[in-house]
Design a protein around this ligand. Structure first.
Ligand code: SAM
Length: 225
């Protein structure tokens, strides 16, 4: 993995940050990790209200981002490794990071591609080297942090000039359910507005965007040097 220290690999412990949201903490539970893939297979169909399989999501990502063999990608908040697997099968070197040891344990069981390196870290302060990857995928991880601004800034730092950022997230609707899930006791989820997301990425170009119901898919390109 280009520019990524071995010291980051195979870490077995991670001190949970005191400010993790309930949603983030729930990902530390083995039961959540065990059931996650089943939820993920149907999540976009339920959220968008139309048939939306993982195959369709992978095809959309591949068509818009066109990851090339030999590129280095970070899958930010990989959970059980969906985007990591898609990228590895496209020939990329993948760093698949998550703050949940339980998720990473499940991911290792499901995805055994040799070009995936699993990394236990909080990506809001990972210490990974600047410009260490060609692209980053962020599948719904923005929704779980109380500081999406900090997560986006940190991920943007890791991408080299000319590199790309792929986001999939549930955008703000202002509905009652979202307001309930945003309360700390019921999840502490964040539902960003697409305009706010673009505002967090100064100097980046939003090349593609698709919104289906509340679910947003976006590709941003970092300015070349
Ligand atoms: C909604 S799941 C998305 C999983 C995956 N990206 C996908 O598309 O299937 C979010 C994952 O991000 C992880 N996560 C949340 N905040 C994180 C952070 N600050 N650093 C690293 N991982 C984080 C959680 O542990 C969880 O596994």
């Amino acid at each position: 993995m280009n520019g990524v220290s071995d010291a980051h690999q195979n870490q077995e412990t991670l001190k949970p940050e005191p400010r993790l949201t309930l949603a983030q903490r729930s990902n530390l539970w083995p039961l959540t990790a065990w059931g996650y893939s089943a939820w993920r297979a149907h999540s976009l169909t339920l959220l968008t209200g139309q048939p939306f399989s993982l195959e369709r999501e992978a095809a959309l990502f591949l068509a818009l981002c066109r990851p090339r063999p030999g590129e280095t990608w970070l899958d930010a908040g990989t959970s059980t490794g969906f985007y990591a697997g898609v990228l590895a099968r496209a020939g990329c070197q993948v760093l698949a990071a998550d703050l949940s040891p339980s998720m990473l344990a499940q991911a290792r069981r499901r995805e055994t591609h040799p070009d995936i390196t699993w990394l236990l870290t909080n990506l809001e302060a990972s210490g990974l080297p600047q410009a260490c990857c060609d692209g980053v995928t962020v599948g719904a991880t923005l929704n779980e942090t109380r500081r999406p601004d900090r997560l986006l800034a940190e991920l943007a730092r890791l991408i080299q000039p000319g590199g790309q950022l792929w986001l999939m997230y549930v955008a703000r609707t202002g509905g009652l359910l979202q307001r309930l899930l945003a309360s700390p006791a019921l999840g502490g989820l964040t539902f960003p507005d697409p305009a706010w997301v673009a505002w967090q990425l100064p100097g980046w170009t939003r090349t593609d965007g698709l919104q289906l119901g509340p679910v947003v898919f976006e590709r941003f390109l970092k300015a070349p040097c």
